[in-house]
Design a protein. Structure first.
Length: 422
């Protein structure tokens, strides 16, 4: 029996029951590989049953009406069943699930997430989508719903678009974290944690085979006037970012936060950012199958010096390699409040003359994923590595402007004195 104070549930059971008679409203419930049969205030979970051969008349399995935020992850709806989401639902997520889903009763859908793979067999009945303000969808194997949602969510303000989702490296960070404060923000998709369940061990890394779809061609509906006017936060994951795409992105007049995770980028990318952008994140796809030379050689050079004045840009987050390559092309902005750098296993000290160093008030060295951390610590002592990293960055950063340096190590947060790197 749940007590009346319960607000968040993460359910991964195959058999049992939950009494919700004392609960009036649940803020968020995650169903992971399970579905309840609801009899009044009793949720009954039973072992998976075989699909019925007669699927002409589908049984309705209605989810409780007391849930505001519903996550269905790795859920398989039987072929003879229609899963009905309650009308009181405001946020819904369908992740790596299959079967028939009916959301048509939902009256005020505000947030929707649909991540599926090319092997998924799924059918969804949608409600009106004019109230949706947050949309997260994957393209691979999902072109039909991908285009439908981009076209019909006309008032969306926050959009996360995946070309594909690599389950092996868990790009989405498993949505079984039910407490909102623990969830990852769209522009913080730099930590690719390995899943520890059995499925992750058998999944193959899919990203090298599908990362070459052009964003401009696949996501054309997002470039309409309504989207360019309304979207404030945009994340683009594993698409190829072409020159034409950058020209289109520059037209998003309300865009405040842009996050890109790509296998290659153009060195003049910051010059091409929307003028009113405040937060920008640029990270490579860090799956193990991506060779480091692919990342290095894919960074394009730009001929000549470009002006990168971005007066509204306050927070800049870059992978170390991308930062160096952009600095070489003299395309860094003149000034930012916060610069966050994700370390790489190699440190580049080439003593290249930079016309003008970037001014930074706060420099943050981000926490590395475990694979990078293990590689670095086989070669360097931690203190020596971070000291050399800061020396390398000092070639491109005006350390006289730096007021604070934070290094987020695996277990501790360290502060460094900027004066030693002037």
């Amino acid at each position: 029996m749940l007590n009346s104070a319960c607000k968040y549930l993460n359910i991964e059971v195959q058999k049992g029951c939950i009494d919700v008679s004392k609960v009036e409203k649940l803020a968020k419930v995650v169903f992971f590989d399970c579905l309840p049969v609801c009899e009044g205030n009793l949720w009954i979970f039973s072992a998976k049953h075989k699909d019925c051969t007669d699927t002409s008349q589908k049984k309705r399995l209605e989810l409780p009406n007391c849930i505001e935020d519903i996550v269905l992850e790795h859920v398989s709806v039987p072929k003879d069943t229609l899963l009905v989401v309650n009308e009181g639902c405001r946020n819904a997520a369908i992740i790596f699930s299959k079967g028939y889903f009916d959301l048509s009763n939902v009256k005020q859908l505000r947030k929707f997430k649909l991540l599926i793979t090319e092997q998924s067999s799924i059918s969804i009945e949608f409600p009106g989508l004019k109230n949706v303000v947050s949309l997260e969808i994957s393209y691979d194997g999902n072109e039909r719903y991908f285009m439908f949602l981009l076209l019909n969510c006309i008032n969306v303000k926050e959009v996360i678009l995946y070309n594909t989702v690599c389950e092996l490296h868990d790009w989405i960070g498993r949505d079984t974290s039910t407490i909102p404060e623990k969830e990852m923000a769209p522009w913080e998709l730099n930590e690719l944690r390995a899943m520890i369940n059995q499925e992750s061990c058998t999944s193959r890394c899919r990203s090298p085979h599908v990362c070459f779809k052009d964003f401009n061609a696949r996501c054309n509906p997002i470039f309409c006037w309504e989207k360019r006017k309304n979207i404030q936060n945009l994340s683009i994951i594993a698409f190829q970012i072409s020159e034409e795409c950058l020209k289109q992105l520059r037209k998003f007049i309300s865009l405040k936060t842009l996050s890109i995770m790509a296998q290659n980028v153009r060195a003049n990318i910051i010059y091409c950012l929307p003028f009113n952008l405040v937060n920008f994140s640029l990270m490579p796809i860090q799956c193990n199958a991506i060779l480091e030379r692919d990342v290095v050689e894919s960074v394009q050079t730009v001929f000549g010096v470009v002006s990168s004045k971005r007066r509204h840009l306050k927070n800049l987050k870059l992978h170390y390699l991308f930062f160096i390559k952009i600095a070489w092309s003299m395309s860094l902005p003149e000034e930012v409040d916060v610069l966050e750098i994700l370390p790489w296993q190699k440190i580049m000290n080439l003593n290249i003359l930079v016309h003008k160093k970037i001014k930074v008030r706060k420099l943050v060295i981000l926490k590395m994923n475990h694979a990078t951390w293990a590689t670095i610590y086989k070669i360097y002592e931690p203190e020596y590595y971070f000291s050399q990293l800061l020396c390398s960055l000092s070639q491109y950063i005006d350390f006289c402007s730096v007021k604070e340096i934070k290094i987020l190590d695996q277990k501790v947060e360290n502060s460094f004195d900027p004066c030693g790197y002037d």
